[in-house]
Design a protein around this ligand. Structure first.
Ligand SMILES: OC[C@H]1O[C@H](O[C@H]2O[C@H](CO)[C@@H](O)[C@H](O)[C@H]2O)[C@H](O)[C@@H](O)[C@@H]1O
Ligand code: CA
Length: 556
């Protein structure tokens, strides 16, 4: 086992990078990414300036949901290498000071998992003995229970129940029918998962992003989300991790409104997750750009309750799923579809399946603006692989796979992802004229001092040296222009002032900075001095999609 250097609450100052081993780098030329390939890219990741890698599910799976349908929780998918390859990768990551978290898919298994295959034999075995695996899943004779539970994959599923012919009963699933939900009322299921967690943490993994946590328990008369019994199970998971593996991270994927998502942190005395994704703010960043009005960002951030002292938000712009529109109102959703999904193929379930650069019309100013806000808001930012070079998507691929095409390393065969031909790759490398690997790739951006890649790397470097970004309190600054978002981050005597123009034209703004009268704003980019702040409104002008990262010198 290799272990990263101990540092309490390391996740609070970390920048995360989400990637899929299958589409990152192919080490053996079979067209599928693998652990040896990923290991060969660790220096790139270190130089980029990220601190922790979040690996999408890498377990054996029939891949009916890109690996979120796990068939064996304590092995590596054979396409991705061996357990030894994983150990080498983890050791090499730790040697470089990079941490690694996995993805714990605990709500459901693949229908191919041996537990489900055994469960299908029914409650009683032919010899009359009870089938212990039957109770690993949630069954019904009628498939009519829990009618208030919403369907999540609305484009594919019509019910959360599916009849299993062999069992002669219906089984419960919140996602695809190929993903039967586990029965967390069965203590054996809970114990199985604690053992899965122990297996990977014993190998030195630094923690988990825990998938789909709101759905563990179902109860009649409820929507089956965020139930107290679910929280009790998650608290037990945290207790075991803290007791047996202090310093390892649990990050909750709970796509919920502020009042519910915050519950996944637990409390100081009854902790649950160290981190939780800030789902509510994400779509509002995009919405604010198109509306040229940032009030929804401020409203939703103000609505987020206080989190325990150990807690940290995980902020993100994009991930491997659709840009989810579950945490917006119906009107806001309609606005987002009209603004960002002009082609019907861009819509999926309750969201938009596009990558960052195409969503923002490949406009470098808009990409920079949203990225700076991502890096400056409270929380640890999570970058999605390929967004650091402005990769595009492929709408001809099914499901959410259009945003999961291979990493583009150079202009060579298959974009340097593999020595295999593009048509032999797991997903085809993007070859479109704007976003294809011939035009968008790491190699060319490393040579270009003004590339997006170099800019991202510099921005991460700036962020790294200012602890207020990681730990600072957030205070919004009143402005007279809704297109301009302004806030301070204050920590340990250091105050940062972040000002962002979400409009596509130059904007004047007056900031109420009276609380900072007498202080001198100094630009973090270049060190230029702005006029000293006085009691009266502070006037500024910003170019279109422009931003200032300032440090306030002098005493508050
Ligand atoms: O394992 C099933 C799914 O779990 C995650 O899903 C989340 O993404 C959904 C949108 O694709 C979202 O609506 C839901 O609230 C989330 O739990 C995982 O990220 C998916 O890739 C996976 O299919
Ligand atoms: Ca391979």
């Amino acid at each position: 086992m290799t272990q990263a250097a101990p540092l309490p609450e390391w996740y609070k100052s970390a920048v995360f990078y989400e990637l899929s081993v299958r589409t990152y780098a192919d080490g053996n030329g079979d067209g599928k990414g693998d652990f040896p390939g990923l290991t060969s890219k660790l220096d790139y990741l270190k130089n980029l300036g990220v601190d922790c890698l979040w690996l999408l599910p890498f377990y054996p799976s029939p891949l009916r949901d890109d690996g979120y349908d796990v068939a064996d929780y304590t092995e590596i998918h054979p396409d991705l290498g061996t357990l030894d390859d994983f150990k080498v990768f983890l050791r090499e990551a730790h040697v470089r000071g990079l941490r690694v978290i996995g993805d714990l898919v605990m709500n459901h298994t693949s229908a191919d998992h041996p537990w489900f295959q055994a469960a299908r034999r029914g409650p009683t075995l032919p010899d009359g003995s009870p089938n212990e695996y039957f109770d690993y899943y949630v069954w019904s004779d009628t498939g009519t229970e829990y009618p208030e539970a919403r369907i999540i994959f609305t484009d594919t599923e019509t019910s959360n129940w599916t009849l299993d012919e062999m069992a002669g009963k219906y089984y419960w699933h919140r996602f695809f029918s190929s993903q039967p939900d586990l029965n967390y009322d069965n203590p054996r299921v809970q114990e199985e998962f604690l053992n899965v967690v122990r297996f990977w943490l014993d190998l030195g993994l630094d923690g988990f992003r825990v998938d789909a946590v709101p759905y563990l328990i179902e109860r009649e008369g409820t929507n089956g989300e965020n139930l107290p019994e679910t929280h009790a199970i998650l608290r037990e998971l945290r207790r075991a991790v803290d007791e047996e593996y202090p310093g390892r991270l649990l990050l909750a994927e709970a796509n919920q409104w502020p009042e519910e998502v915050v519950e996944y942190f637990g409390t100081e005395t009854k902790p649950e997750f160290h981190m939780a994704f800030n789902f509510p703010v994400m779509p509002r960043l995009y919405m604010s750009l198109r509306r040229e009005d940032t009030s929804s960002i401020r409203e939703i951030m103000d609505r987020l309750p206080q989190i325990p002292s150990f807690g940290q938000w995980a902020t993100f712009l994009r991930n491997h799923d659709e840009l989810t529109l579950e945490m917006v109102t119906d009107d806001e959703r309609a606005f987002m579809y009209a603004a960002y999904a002009p082609d019907a193929r861009m819509k999926i379930n309750v969201g938009i399946r596009r990558r960052l650069a195409p969503l923002l019309d490949n406009d470098r100013r808009r990409i920079e603006l949203l990225t700076t806000v991502l890096l400056a808001l409270p929380g640890s930012p999570i970058l999605y692989y390929g967004d650091e070079i402005g990769m595009g998507d492929n709408l001809s691929l099914s499901d959410r796979n259009g945003v999961r095409t291979p990493m583009q390393w150079n202009a060579g065969i298959s974009g340097g992802f593999s020595t295999a031909l593009p048509e032999q790759c797991f997903f085809p490398p993007n070859q479109d004229p704007v976003y294809g690997f011939q035009r968008v790739n790491v190699y060319s951006q490393e040579l270009d001092p003004s590339s997006l890649l170099k800019w991202v790397s510099r921005q991460l470097e700036v962020r790294r040296h200012l602890p207020a970004f990681a730990y600072g309190d957030l205070t919004f600054v009143d402005t007279d222009n809704p297109a301009v978002l302004a806030f301070t981050r204050h920590h340990d005597g250091e105050t940062l002032l972040i000002i962002s123009n979400f409009a596509g034209s130059a904007q004047p703004v007056q900031l109420d900075l009276a609380a900072h009268a007498g202080r001198l704003p100094v630009s973090l980019a270049g060190g230029s001095h702005f006029p000293t702040i006085g009691e009266e409104p502070y006037p500024l002008t910003l170019g279109k999609y422009d931003y200032y990262w300032l440090k306030l010198s002098g005493v508050r």
